[in-house]
Design a protein around this ligand. Structure first.
Ligand code: CAA
Length: 294
């Protein structure tokens, strides 16, 4: 949300500041998507190619999130986010690993001064800044930064054998991509504290029971099921989907009354769109809506 719109809605200064500072993608030398990627695979799938699929593809290192992989991931996400034909995005890994965390070999010799002055890992947050819905389809390990990237997505689905964990404590550091913040919001303080302080991963079933994961599927059908959900989302009006995502995400940052106020304003705003009118007219006329995304 822009600063100007925040002022119109009369939101708190804190929220205005958060939104003003986070609504801009963190710079990471983005350019047009390269013709081919080294660490990821991408394709358009679903009905009329309206679902974008990004597969993390660094099998020898269990998809450890080296700088090259994360740069490509954020480039591909940005490209699909800007692609008018795409309505939702799915990120997955392999059956063995969604991602085994930040690349420990790349981090091994880094210094505090270097990390601080270069804003190490800050651009990872771009994953959470897409306007289109992003689904994580997690098979195998989602550890450290892998669990954190999954939590940056809007919905997490898991294969039955997935493992979620924040093992940073076991290598002498702490989570740096949201593991102390998003995880705590998702599963509560006591469980997040246990995961972060012991470093012991949890199963897909526990992740589901605790609210980190929306649904569990057999490993072999996980990606297909995630694409089906993404296809369903992409069947709706893109502008209304974006408004809905913005309102739902605000619940993670705002006090209840501010969140309810924002929701009401965005709900009112849907009445300025052609698609709101089309959706209700189609219902009354007993036909399918023809969205124009306007
Ligand atoms: N970084 C770099 N390389 C990694 C890696 C990582 N996070 N995780 C795995 N690899 C590499 C291994 O070094 C190994 O490479 P070599 O064959 O060249 O030795 C290869 O992937 C296969 O790994 P393993 O042989 O260890 O496979 P395994 O099946 O025996 O064990 C595992 C799997 C339990 C996931 C284990 O690899 C592991 O514990 N990985 C590290 C997990 C971790 O600590 N993640 C947190 C990283 S820190 C972080 O993410 C910070 C943050 O918040 C952003």
């Amino acid at each position: 949300m822009s600063l100007a719109r925040s002022k119109v809605f009369g939101l708190t200064r804190q929220y205005i500041h958060q939104q003003a500072t986070t609504s801009v993608l963190i710079s990471r030398n983005f350019c047009a998507a390269p013709p081919s990627y080294q660490y990821i695979k991408t394709e358009k799938t679903g009905t009329d190619g309206r679902v974008a699929l990004i597969q993390l593809n660094r099998p020898k290192a269990l998809n450890a999130l080296c700088d090259g992989l994360m740069t490509e991931l954020t480039q591909a996400l940005t490209a699909f986010n800007n692609d008018k034909t795409v309505g939702a995005i799915v990120i997955t890994g392999s059956e063995k690993a969604f991602a085994a965390g930040a690349d420990i070999k790349e981090m091994q010799n880094k210094t505090m001064a270097e990390n601080y002055t270069t804003g190490f890992l800050e651009y990872w947050e771009n994953v959470s800044k897409m306007r289109k819905p992003v689904i994580a389809a997690v098979n195998g390990y989602a550890l450290g930064g892998g669990c954190e990237v999954a939590m940056m997505c809007d919905i997490v689905y898991a294969g039955e054998k997935a493992k979620f964990g924040q093992p940073e404590i076991t290598i002498g550091t702490i989570p740096g991509g949201g593991g102390t913040q998003r995880l705590t919001r998702a599963i509560g303080k006591s469980r997040a504290m246990e995961m972060n302080l012991t470093g012991t991963p949890i199963s897909a079933q526990e992740a589901s029971d605790w609210g980190l994961v929306a649904r569990i599927f057999p490993p072999e059908s996980l990606v297909e099921e995630a694409i089906k959900k993404a296809d369903k989302i992409a069947s709706h009006s893109k502008i209304i989907v974006q408004l809905c995502k913005e309102a739902t995400n605000a619940s993670q940052e705002l006090p209840l009354q501010e969140g309810l106020r924002l929701e009401k304003r965005l709900f009112h705003a849907t009445f300025a769109t052609n698609d709101r009118k089309e959706g209700m007219t189609a219902f009354v006329e007993k036909r399918k809506p023809a969205w124009t995304d306007s």
